[in-house]
Ligand binder design. Sequence first.
Ligand code: GTP
Ligand code: MG
Length: 571
Amino acid sequence: MTQLNETRDTLKIVVVGHVDHGKSTVIGRLLYDTDSLPEGTVNKVKKIAKETGKPFEYAYLLDAFEEEQKQGITIDTTQLQFRTKKRDYVIIDAPGHKEFLKNMISGAANAEAGFLIIDAKEGVQEQSKRHAYILSLLGIKKVYVVLNKMDLVDYSQEIYETIKKEMTEFLADLKVYPIDYIPVSAYFGENILHPSEKLKWFKGNSFVGAMDAIETEKGLEDKPLRFPIQDVYKFDDRRIIAGRIESGRIKVGDKITIYPEGKKTTVKSIAYWAERDKKDVAVAGESTGIIVEDEFFNKRGEVIAFEEDKPSISNSFRANVFWMGKNDLVKNKKYKIKLSSQEVEGEIEEIIGIVDSSSLDSKVNSGKIKQNDVAEVIITTNEDVVFDKFADSHVTGRFVIVDGYDVAGGGIIVDAEERRELKELQTFTFETLKARGDIFEEFYYNVEEFSIDQYKDFNKSYTVGDEIPISGESYKYPESFDVLVLRDKVAIKIRNKIITEIITLDQYGFTGYPLTNGRGFAIQAFTQPEFEKFMKEYSKTDERREVEFLNQWVKFDTYRRVIFHNNFWDI
Ligand code: GTP
Ligand code: MG
């Protein structure tokens, strides 16, 4: 069976496409036609199919093949190795775009070329477009579109041309220009290894011919050094800084800088296990360990580079993100951002624009990024990150967004932004007191989605002496009232539109003025005893009883209403 050979060229390719369009069959057929399968596999799989009364599927070969490979070396189960006469391949069957995106970012599946499979009979589907989008997002420029199941459309050139036209137009908007469109029938092995008699009108390469024609990327070694630290190991009295060199080269004696802090030191040696492995230089693509002169406290997430070609260091950047999460991607919520070996907490600070990833139509900027949306955003993190523009360096220019425990999105960095304070979303501040006040939140009825959307302008912060806007599009408060921000245990007194006092809830006593909670909902406590009862019940309320509590004490429509809006906060 095939083993990767160090001296031969290796190309990593990924196969993507809508469910059932034939990704696994194409790969199974490739393995079969190139004789990459271990002896007896095909017969074994055929026999099992027959015994279980199912028709034989080339896709089954993948499972058998993976089993076999796993016994050899440890590899990601979605990656298969095989070879043609020309070179070795690692082929990635992307089980879903989430896994694919995750693997791409972590570097486990750093594919250089992509094959997008489209069922000729079903034509271009939403997923086809979304996968194309992800390829472009990840900077995979070497793309082939494969029109599979040509047998189901009588190998029709007309259908081929129609799909080609549609896809070309879509891809042009993404600035993806496929090398070619390859018609095949994976199931019948037409135009996989050899040109097909049934596709005489097609003058291009067969699938394997197209793969072999891809030129591998050279020159990563000549790019600026990027060496993200994965770990620091202590052996005896030595500390070994380990990681993978993503670009450039590093050699003994080099004066290096460790970012984000900018610590300077010199490479003393490159770690080796056996004397014969001893070397003075390590290059892009290698996982290695170095020992440096000065033993600072180094840690995972830092990036080693040369000062003359240093990466960007900031806690803010502009990025294009692709969102796959079930929950919307929203502003002012904390997410985990993973970028090379760094892991930080960050927020979407600004949403510049939103696009539907299958139609590529701009959407109304509702302040929420929904599943399968693509958006241009500004992300701000709670500590400095070391990165590059994606256009300059793929590995240090892309990241994933983790929502809870799930990778829910990925993105590429368009540009660095000035370092900025992560805005604390406090509307009211006074001395050490801070309170979130959502009383200026607007409520809109979204006619398209039959739902209520909120919008709030967080840019303002108010303190004692400030005049507040007591009316907005969807709210109108009295000129004098008190706001009880229960979550933050702060009370705010407003008299004749002016904030006169910001105090702790403990210091607050009933005043007889109208009361709202932090969202501007009227509190139904109009007398001293009612107020005391309200406070007492609040102190006993937990999550389970919250709704009951709100229904009893809080009224939405005293000062607020929901209004219709057609051009959502296009501001
Ligand atoms: P998922 O992994 O579920 O996303 O599907 P997939 O894209 O890997 O598709 P798969 O290879 O499992 O193929 C789906 C079905 O299409 C299977 O029943 C295949 O036999 C069938 N199929 C694949 N290629 C061809 C083809 O060239 N012609 C015909 N007629 N059927 C095909
Ligand atoms: Mg499959």
